[in-house]
Design a binder for this molecule. Sequence first.
Ligand SMILES: [Zn+2]
Length: 329
Amino acid sequence: MMRSKTVNCGAMLVALAVAFAGCKSDADTAKKSDAAQPPFMSAVAANPPQLPVDALPSDKTGGFDGKAAYEHVAKMVSLGPRPSGSQALAQTQDYILSQLQSFGCTVETDAFTAQTPAGPIAMKNILVKIQGERPGIILLGTHYDTLKKENFVGADDGGSSTGLMLEMARLLCAKRGRYAVWIAFFDGEEAVQAWSDTDSRYGSREMAAKMAIAGDLKNVRAFLLADIVGGKNARIPREANSAKSLVDLVYSTAVRLGYGSLFVNEEKGADDDHDSFLHRKVDSVDVIGDFINNGYWHTPQDNMEQISAKTLGQVGHVFLEVVKALQAK
Ligand SMILES: [Zn+2]
């Protein structure tokens, strides 16, 4: 979830009156569901849809297996709504950790308590650390929590980028490059009540603060965030708040690989976990689909029917190539 710089409410792209209306009703709905507190494991969770997979062969996407990423998303969505502090999110953490372990990754977890408008909530960041040969860190990130809303399973918003980063981890944990690669799985990106600088991005704010204290933040050469990257009709614009050099690198890489209709040459702003690092002067880019216009953002229709293994494969290919370029610098 993100908000514009100019409007003080839920996630949206800049300058869309229609989005403003949508945001308000979204915040209202979130509050209503807080009061009613429905069971989060719903009928949706019991039967994950078996949908055809449109995956490209992984040799067409630099070794990135879009079908594997898709299957990670389907698994997480099958757990139902996964807001911070929920039992389903604890199951999601177990799933992420077991997958990372099976890939042979070195993993750290950081459990912390977030002070939210709804009271303290237990959260957990998960961090993969792949060593490099010299100082410097290429940081990748995703959020794995979903918006707290009845029947909201966040296949694209929370699921897609997490499936993508699991597949990145499978490929990268087996390698050693010039620089370290760290892959962050953030809890608590979504607002608990209504998006603001203090009610959102709990996990990434926590990690950025701890990396600053530990002295790691100054070694981060680039932060590449993915969010809402799995839509079958996805369009990924250039994110306006991101570091221009990284936006250019992502976009030019995508065009070079032939994905110019997926990565579109338009600029749109989104507030997201990259802000936690931008605020601390880390060069960061948010690779994020045009969620305002996708037709299902923050609705129960953000389900597996929206997700494309082909899109995941293409976005994953771009991430692999961008990491390769950053390793060569
Ligand atoms: Zn969201």
